[in-house]
Design a protein around this ligand. Structure first.
Ligand code: ADP
Ligand code: ADP
Length: 229
């Protein structure tokens, strides 16, 4: 059974804008799936529907085989980690940012997740360690580091599925490489659904679904899709 499946999903926003038409896709347990397409294709909308922000116009979304309408919203949310585009980082410290997602975490757990996202070096550069302010004097985190901190925050809550909206949109090549390493670490024990503008960003995915104007227009691995385009 797939962890997540969309079956013939159609959707129009409350203002009548029809955005998705008959979209079907699955995320098997532990798989890395990407949703690729031009701006306005409906990619962020798919993530919003998975999160349960809006009712579907047609079709069905299942979590481990169960229609999500039959699941308590809080139970589903607890299994999902959502990292939005330009994920906001709080003005506080690295520790405060991390504890937001999982208040009871020990320092060992915080350091472990920082290692997963490649941020231990940054935090150790300051004598204040986990209490270093993220956007103040002391260590100022770069855009790429803030993005990875936001991912670390989501990982701490141990989601079964991590949803990432354009995680590399604002990153330079070096930080995009670091983020891809982060996602490889993150996918060791969970599934990923990554939204991206460009195919090259998600070339490590097990399965890529290409969306255009609300319809699925292609699917396959990166190499399969490059061959046919
Ligand atoms: P993508 O993530 O692929 O860029 P989106 O899912 O953000 O695409 O948007 C798909 C379409 O839905 C676009 O035409 C966009 O303008 C429209 N849209 C997005 N959000 C809303 C909203 N809250 N209300 C009405 N239309 C929206
Ligand atoms: P990419 O996917 O390569 O980042 P996009 O065109 O999706 O390219 O987005 C480029 C920038 O424009 C991003 O910072 C994004 O937040 C912003 N953006 C995307 N769609 C819209 C929109 N409908 N209205 C305003 N800004 C947008």
């Amino acid at each position: 059974t797939p962890l997540l499946s969309l079956e013939d999903v159609s959707f129009a926003y409350p203002d009548g804008t029809e955005v998705l038409r008959g979209v079907s896709m699955t995320v098997p347990p532990g798989a890395r799936v990407a949703l690729v397409g031009p701006s306005g294709a409906g990619k962020s909308t798919v993530l919003a529907l998975v999160e349960g922000f809006y009712p579907l116009s047609g079709g069905c979304i299942r979590w481990a085989g169960t229609d999500v309408r039959d699941l308590p919203r809080a139970a589903l949310r607890a299994r999902l980690g959502y990292v939005e585009q330009e994920a906001p980082v709080l003005a506080g410290s690295v520790r405060e940012n991390l504890l937001l997602a999982a208040p009871g975490s020990t320092d060992d757990e915080l350091w472990a997740v920082l290692a997963d996202v490649g941020l231990t070096g940054v935090v150790q550069r300051s004598a204040r360690g986990l209490d270093v302010p993220v956007g103040d004097e002391g260590v100022l985190l770069s855009g790429g580091e803030r993005q990875r901190l936001a991912i670390a925050r989501s990982l701490l809550a141990r989601p079964s599925l991590l949803l990432l909206d354009e995680p590399t949109a604002s990153l330079d090549a070096r930080n995009e490489g670091l983020l891809r390493d982060t996602l490889a670490a993150a996918s060791a024990d969970r599934a990923l659904l990554v939204v991206a503008h460009r195919l090259s960003t998600v070339r490590d995915s097990d399965q890529i679904v290409v969306l255009d104007a609300g319809r699925v227009v292609g699917r396959g691995t990166h190499d399969e899709l490059v061959e046919t385009s």
